[in-house]
Design a protein around this ligand. Structure first.
Ligand SMILES: Cc1cc2nc3c(=O)[nH]c(=O)nc-3n(C[C@H](O)[C@H](O)[C@H](O)COP(=O)(O)O)c2cc1C
Length: 171
């Protein structure tokens, strides 16, 4: 798989079904992938953070989705040296958070293998793997990504399921 990078966005604070958390659900999966593969990581951090209140974040995310906004994020990473990129995100309104599109549109994914993973609370991947295939048409986007509920990602059984999936990738 060559050199591996894990890029993800994840929101802590008050979240759906899990109370107030310091580390987001998708971030837990991202950290496990880093631990198991030795990959480098880049966390997409919006310049303007989402409110700690779940309801206020939902409102902001709705506005951004409607406007097809491309929120700015802090720092960046040169992805040219990586062959395989795990891309992690929560499902927001059946889509990727807009700040993830900001990252995707700033980088050239030509020839990269992209492995999506996500957390959700019922929508699965919500068609985002197909969306990513269209969006990153010059990359090899793996259609069989990994997803689980945010609630499960916080349990040992969730992490074990992730580890089992990682093994199937033969990294
Ligand atoms: C703005 C917003 C929109 C969401 N929309 C969906 C959705 O459409 N479908 C779904 O299954 N879960 C939805 N969720 C739940 C999140 O996908 C879920 O809580 C996820 O695990 C959060 O991951 P994170 O802690 O890494 O940000 C939404 C959450 C937020 C904050």
């Amino acid at each position: 798989m060559g050199k591996i990078l894990v890029v993800y966005y994840s929101r802590g604070d008050e979240n759906y079904n899990v109370g107030t958390i310091t580390v987001g659900n998708t971030e837990l999966l991202a950290k496990e992938i880093v631990a198991k593969t030795g990959a480098d990581e880049f966390k997409i951090e919006p310049k303007v953070p989402y409110p700690a209140s779940y309801q206020e974040s939902v409102e902001k995310a709705t506005e951004e989705l409607t406007a097809q906004a491309r929120p700015e994020y802090i720092g960046d990473i040169d992805i040219s040296e990586y062959d395989t990129i795990f891309l992690g995100y929560p499902i927001w309104w059946g889509d990727l958070p807009m700040v993830v599109y900001s990252f995707l549109e700033k980088h050239d994914f030509t020839g990269k293998t992209v492995i999506p993973f996500n957390t959700h609370e019922g929508s699965g991947n919500a068609g985002t793997y197909e969306k990513l295939k269209e969006k990153l048409s010059n990359a090899n986007v793996i259609g069989e990504g990994f997803n689980m509920t945010g609630v499960k990602s916080r349990k040992d059984e969730g992490i074990q399921e992730l580890d089992a999936w990682l093994k199937t990738l033969n990294i």
